[in-house]
Design a protein around this ligand. Structure first.
Ligand code: ADP
Ligand code: MG
Length: 727
C-alpha cells in the first residue's frame, strides 16, 4: 500500500492554520523599514567621519582602489553598525561558478594578546579572506598544491545583514579569485564587463552630452517560480534531489483554461509573498511587482531596476530568501526551469539598458528630438553586437535545466534573434533607403522626433522573442529562472563594449577625413542596419517556419548545452574577451559548465532509475498481480472471454511498459558507464546529451502510461494534480 503520497495529503489537510498565515508586520509603511539591514549611504554617513565618507564615495564612484587606512575606517564603522543591529559574525559572500551563493562565517569575537575577549573587525578582514582550500569549481585553474581561493571586497555593492532565525551575520559582497588573480566566480567578470562598457560608452555619450561623466549599466530582472507544499515536495525524491519531476503524468487540467495568469493569488501564496517582500525590503531589494504566471502554481516577482552589479547581487540574495521563506510557510519554491513537463517552464527576463549619471536612459528615444541620434546610436549598436555574437549570448544561458525551455517550442527558442517592433522597423527601412548626407541627418532626426509613440509599441511586443526591444530597454528572455544573471549580463556588456569601440573608431576615421560627425554617425549606423538584417525577426519565434528561415539566414540553432557552450572556446570569442579585457578564464569556465551539465544528467538519470525500481515497477507489478488473480478467480467462477478482457488487456499493457522500462534502464546504465569512463569532458557531455537523455525521455513515457492505468491507491508518488492544485 502506498504510504508517502497519502500521508503527504493528510499532513496538508490537518496542518494548523497558524502555520500558513503571515509572519511579518505588514502594517508598517515600506518606507519606514526599507534598507534597514543594509550598510547603505545613510548608514555610512552616520557611522563614518565626513572625510572618510567622502573618500569611500569617491573610490566607489571612480572604481579606484581604497587605501588601507580608509578600509580600516570603513571596517570599524561597519562593525559598529552591524553589532548595534545584533550581528555576531561577518561573512564574505560570493558567487562561485556553481551558480549558488557561498559564504564563510567568522565571529567578531576574538581573544587579544592577554587572553581577553574582544570584538574585532579591521580593514584586513574586510578587504580579503581566504576561504581555505575548499573546493569551489575552478575548471583546473588551481593545481591541487595551490588550491587556494581568495575573496576580495566589492565596495560597489553594499554590505548587508542576513538574518537566519535569531542569528545575524554581516555579509560582505566579494569576488572569488585564485592566488594569481584569475576569476573563479561570476562577479569579477561582470564587474570587468561593466567597466569595459562604461568606458566604451562614455566618449560616445560625450559627443551628445558633455555633462555626463559616467555611464551606468542597468538591470531589472523578473523572477518566475513555482510553489509546492512541502509535504508533497518531500514525497517526491526527484524534486528533492534534482529540482524537477523526472516522471509524472500531466493532470487532466493543465493550463488549457488559461485561468491562472494574473488570476487572483491564493491566500497561502499571498502570505508567502508578503513575508518575502518584507524581508526583501529590509535588505534593500526594491521588489514591486507580484502576480500569478501562466502555469498552475507558477508566480512571478520583479523589482525596480538597479545598477547591474547590485541587481545581480539582489537576485542571488532573493533566491536564497525565497527558499528560506517558503520553508517557513511549509512550502518549497521551485526555481528549476522546468519542474513539470507539459506545463510552462520558468525564466528570468533580464531587462537591460545603459544610462548616464545625468539620468538619461540611452535606450529611451526621449522627448527631445535632437537627442535621438544618441538613442539611435545605442540602439543600433546593441542590435549589431547581438548580430555579431549571437552564439555567445546563447552559450551564456546554456544549462541542462534551461535546455528544457530553449529549443523546446516554448519561450524562447535556441535561435537568437532580435525583435525591434514596428516603429523601429519602419525607421530602419527609411534610414536604409535614404542618403547619408548632412541633409539626411536632419530628415532622420525629424523622423526620430515622432517616436514618443515608441513607448506605445510596448503593447504589441512579441512575447516569443528571445531578445526584444520593449520601449526603453532590451529584454533578454532566454535566461533560466535559477541562473545567475551575471553570465548573460557579462556577455551582453562585453559584446556591447566591443561593438561601441569599433563604432567609435569607424566614426572617428570618417571625421578625420573631413565628414561632419552626425553624418558620419549616420553613415556607420546605416551600414550596421544593413548588416544586422538577418538577426531581426518580428514573427512567431516558436513556429517551424522560423526555424527553416533562420537556417537559411545562417543563424545558429544550438539546442543543447554541450553544443551551445562551445562558443566560449571559439577563436572569435577568445579574441573578443582578449580585446575587451574581460574573462580570460573562459576555458576553465567552459570546463566547469560541461562538468555541471553531465553531473546534472548523471544525478537525474540515476534518480530516475531508482524511482522506477522503487516506486513505478513495484506498484505496476502489484497491480498486475491483482489483475491476474482476478482473472484466475473469474475463470474459476466460470467467466471467460469478454468478461476477463479488460484485466487481460491491462496486464498486457503493464507488461509492455515494464519490459520497456527494464530494457531502457539497462541501455541508460550502459551509456552512463561509457560517459563515466570518457576523460574528455566535451565527449562525456555529448554522451549524456545524445544517449542518456533520450533514454530518460523514453522511460518517462512508459512510467507515465503506468501512472495512468495503475490503481490510484497503489501509486506512492505524488501526482501532478496534487502538486499543482492542493494549497
Ligand atoms: P513587463 O511587462 O515585462 O513586466 P515592466 O515595464 O513591468 O515590463 O518592466 C519589467 C522590468 O524592467 C522591471 O524590473 C523594471 O524595473 C525593468 N526596467 C524598466 N526600465 C528599465 C531600464 N531602463 N533598465 C533596466 N531595467 C528596466
Ligand atoms: Mg517581461
Amino acid at each position: 500500500m502506498s504510504i508517502s503520497r497519502f500521508n503527504a495529503i493528510d499532513t496538508i489537510l490537518n496542518r494548523p492554520e497558524a502555520d500558513t498565515g503571515y509572519f511579518g508586520t505588514p502594517s508598517e509603511l515600506v518606507s519606514e523599514y526599507f534598507g534597514v539591514n543594509v550598510f547603505n549611504d545613510e548608514a555610512m554617513q552616520k557611522y563614518l567621519s565626513e572625510d572618510a565618507y567622502l573618500s569611500v564615495k569617491a573610490a566607489i564612484q571612480s572604481g579606484s582602489k581604497l587605501s588601507r587606512e580608509v578600509a580600516d575606517l570603513v571596517a570599524s564603522a561597519m562593525k559598529e553598525w552591524a553589532m548595534k543591529q545584533g550581528a555576531s559574525h561577518y561573512a564574505h559572500w560570493f558567487q562561485p561558478w556553481t551558480g549558488k551563493t557561498a559564504e564563510k562565517h567568522d565571529s567578531f569575537f576574538t581573544l587579544d594578546g592577554n587572553g581577553k575577549a574582544i570584538e574585532e573587525f579591521g580593514g584586513k578582514e574586510l578587504a580579503q579572506q581566504e576561504p581555505d582550500g575548499s573546493s569551489f569549481p575552478g575548471g583546473g585553474l588551481r593545481s591541487t598544491f595551490e588550491a587556494r581561493g581568495y575573496t576580495a571586497w566589492d565596495p560597489s555593492s553594499p554590505a548587508f545583514i542576513f538574518e537566519v532565525g535569531e542569528g545575524k551575520t554581516l555579509c560582505i559582497p566579494t569576488i572569488l579569485v585564485t592566488y594569481s588573480g584569475e576569476a573563479m566566480d561570476f562577479k569579477l567578470p561582470l564587474l570587468k564587463s561593466q567597466t569595459a562598457l562604461e568606458n566604451a560608452a562614455l566618449p560616445i555619450v560625450n559627443w551628445f552630452d558633455q555633462h555626463a561623466t559616467r555611464v551606468i549599466v542597468t538591470l531589472g530582472w523578473e523572477q518566475e517560480y513555482f510553489l509546492v507544499d512541502e509535504a508533497l515536495y518531500n514525497a517526491r525524491p526527484d524534486l528533492v534531489l534534482t529540482g524537477r519531476t523526472l516522471i509524472g503524468k500531466l493532470a487532466t487540467k493543465g493550463q488549457q483554461l488559461e485561468d491562472h495568469y494574473f488570476g487572483s493569488i491564493p491566500e497561502r501564496v499571498f502570505g508567502f509573498m508578503r513575508d518575502l517582500e518584507i524581508e526583501c525590503h529590509r535588505l534593500g531589494i526594491p521588489v514591486r511587482t507580484r502576480h500569478n504566471e501562466v502555469g498552475p502554481a507558477q508566480y512571478e516577482l520583479a523589482p525596480m531596476f538597479e545598477e547591474v552589479n547590485v541587481a545581480v547581487d539582489h537576485n542571488q540574495l532573493l533566491m536564497d530568501l525565497m527558499d528560506r521563506m517558503a520553508r517557513r510557510h511549509h512550502m518549497r519554491v521551485l526555481l528549476h526551469e522546468k519542474p513539470f513537463a507539459g506545463v510552462n517552464g520558468s525564466g528570468k527576463h533580464n531587462n537591460w539598458s545603459v544610462a548616464t549619471n545625468t539620468g538619461k536612459n540611452l535606450l529611451s528615444p526621449g522627448e527631445h528630438p535632437g537627442k535621438n541620434l544618441r538613442f539611435l546610436t545605442f540602439f543600433v549598436n546593441t542590435v549589431m553586437a547581438v548580430r555579431e555574437h549571437a552564439d555567445l549570448l546563447r552559450a551564456s544561458v546554456a544549462a541542462a535545466s534551461n535546455d528544457h525551455r530553449l529549443g523546446a517550442n516554448e519561450a524562447p527558442p535556441a535561435i537568437v534573434s532580435v525583435f525591434i517592433g514596428s516603429v523601429m522597423t519602419e525607421i530602419f527601412r527609411q534610414i536604409e533607403s535614404g542618403e547619408t548626407t548632412k541633409e539626411d541627418v536632419k530628415v532622420v532626426l525629424d523622423l526620430l522626433s515622432k517616436i514618443p509613440d515608441l513607448e506605445m509599441d510596448n503593447t504589441d511586443r512579441n512575447r516569443t522573442s528571445p531578445f526584444a526591444f520593449t520601449g526603453n530597454k532590451f529584454e533578454v528572455r532566454m535566461v533560466g529562472s535559477q541562473q545567475n544573471c551575471s553570465g548573460p549580463m557579462t556577455v551582453l556588456n562585453t559584446i556591447m563594449a566591443d561593438q561601441l569601440n569599433t563604432f567609435r573608431r569607424e566614426v572617428e576615421a570618417q571625421v578625420a577625413e573631413g565628414k561632419e560627425r552626425d553624418a558620419a554617425i549616420l553613415t556607420v549606423l546605416k551600414d550596421y542596419i544593413t548588416k544586422s538584417k538577418p538577426i531581426l525577426f518580428e514573427g512567431d519565434n516558436y513556429s517551424e517556419a522560423w526555424e527553416a528561415e533562420a537556417a537559411k539566414r545562417n543563424l545558429s540553432n544550438d539546442k543543447t548545452t554541450p553544443e551551445a557552450l562551445s562558443a566560449y572556446v571559439q577563436q572569435k570569442t577568445i579574441n573578443l574577451f582578449g580585446r575587451v579585457g574581460v574573462f580570460t578564464e573562459k576555458e576553465a569556465f567552459y570546463e566547469v559548465q560541461l562538468h555541471k551539465y553531465h553531473t546534472t544528467l548523471e544525478i537525474e538519470s540515476t534518480t530516475l532509475e531508482e524511482l522506477c525500481m522503487n516506486y513505478v515497477l513495484p506498484a505496476a507489478m502489484d497491480y498486475q498481480t491483482r489483475l491476474a488473480s482476478n482473472m484466475v478467480q473469474m475463470q474459476q467462477a466460470g467467466f471467460d472471454g469478454q468478461h476477463i478482457e479488460f484485466a487481460s488487456d491491462v496486464i498486457k499493457r503493464i507488461s509492455k511498459n515494464i519490459n520497456a522500462i527494464h530494457k531502457l534502464t539497462e541501455k541508460m546504465h550502459e551509456a552512463r558507464h561509457n560517459a563515466h569512463h570518457e576523460s574528455n569532458s566535451q565527449k562525456a557531455a555529448m554522451i549524456y546529451c545524445h544517449e542518456v537523455k533520450p533514454c530518460m525521455d523514453q522511460i518517462r513515457i512508459h512510467a507515465d502510461d503506468l501512472e495512468l492505468i495503475v490503481d490510484d491507491r497503489e501509486w506512492a508518488l505524488v501526482k501532478y494534480r496534487e502538486m499543482m492544485y492542493i494549497r
